[in-house]
Design a protein around this ligand. Sequence first.
Ligand SMILES: Cc1ncc(COP(=O)(O)O)c(C=O)c1O
Length: 366
Amino acid sequence: MIVSERSNFPTDLYIAQGLIEQLDRGYALRLVDDPSELPAAIDENTALAMITHVNYRTGYMHDMAALTQTIHRAGTLAVWDLAHSVGAVPVDLNGVGADYAVGCTYKYLNGGPGSPAFVWVPKRHQNAFSQPLSGWWGHKKPFEMNPVYRPDDGIGRFLCGTQPIVSMSLVECGLDVFLQTDMLSLRRKSLAVGDLFIKLVEERCGAFPLSLATSREHAQRGSQVSFEHPNGYEVMQALIARGVIDDYREPRILRFGFTPLYTRFVDAWDAVETLRDVLATESWRAPPVRRARIGDLRTTIMSETKGCPFGHGAQSGEKGWHDAKLDFSDSMSTATISVSIRFSTRSVRSRRITITTRCCSSCSIR
Ligand SMILES: Cc1ncc(COP(=O)(O)O)c(C=O)c1O
């Protein structure tokens, strides 16, 4: 049995399902619905417990030390997913005696989309691992180019093929910034911003149907705060259109992540003010402005203005738009854009145009 939570991130559950099917050795997933059910679900039939430390939806944080002890008492292994922990909360894998950990570098480590995943394995388990994805970087002597695979000793055998070096160097930039501080200071700030955010939402948005989905207890909270709202998706789209870029997660969850390195207290304040406005004006009911692609706007503005927003364009022999820089200040259905246009034969000119947009990938002037 592989024990996990039904609310775990889909990739974790899908990978386990894929392996169970491929190995075809009678493994099965046992999923619990509440963190409190985990200890009872882990027993002598458990092959491993696969637990995400901080839940991606609610921000609930497990007690890693206590749960690892429970898992070990049952004679099995603890695999921790640290996707929402690394860079967000202090983690002491050696201290708690964890067996394996995985995570991504594109969230709180600031590596950006596509940056590599990581695996952590204590020395006691490293050489017992048989790498199914046995690429040349996991080989003991990769440059021998030997036709026979021989795993490296230690953590090196967890590598597969050539690593994404460019992405890794971007992660290094993110890590350099972490070296200027420490996780305890970051944790203090993250909790303080989260506390402020909860307090402000409850004070200023109390008239609206928002309910806190994240624990108020510091020991049970990662670096995010989630609220449920019956129209969570629409509300989040309206927030994003107003520059408050957070996430919606099914069902009904508005997820606000506080990256402690650079999310400021004033950002929490501004986000709550925008949320209050979106809820009070019910602007979430209107389709939000999508940031139209330059190409769409170029075509549509030109056809609206018969070739050129300045009224000459094609008639005066201009070769057309060479470049356009768009600066949006948007409400829900209109966008005022500063258009700086560089013609192929003339210098830059600017004009402000108010347009009404449609909510689709080919948003255009109506
Ligand atoms: C808990 C958790 N695990 C894993 C992942 C990453 O999965 P993937 O490798 O599919 O991006 C995420 C991404 O959001 C996550 O939240």
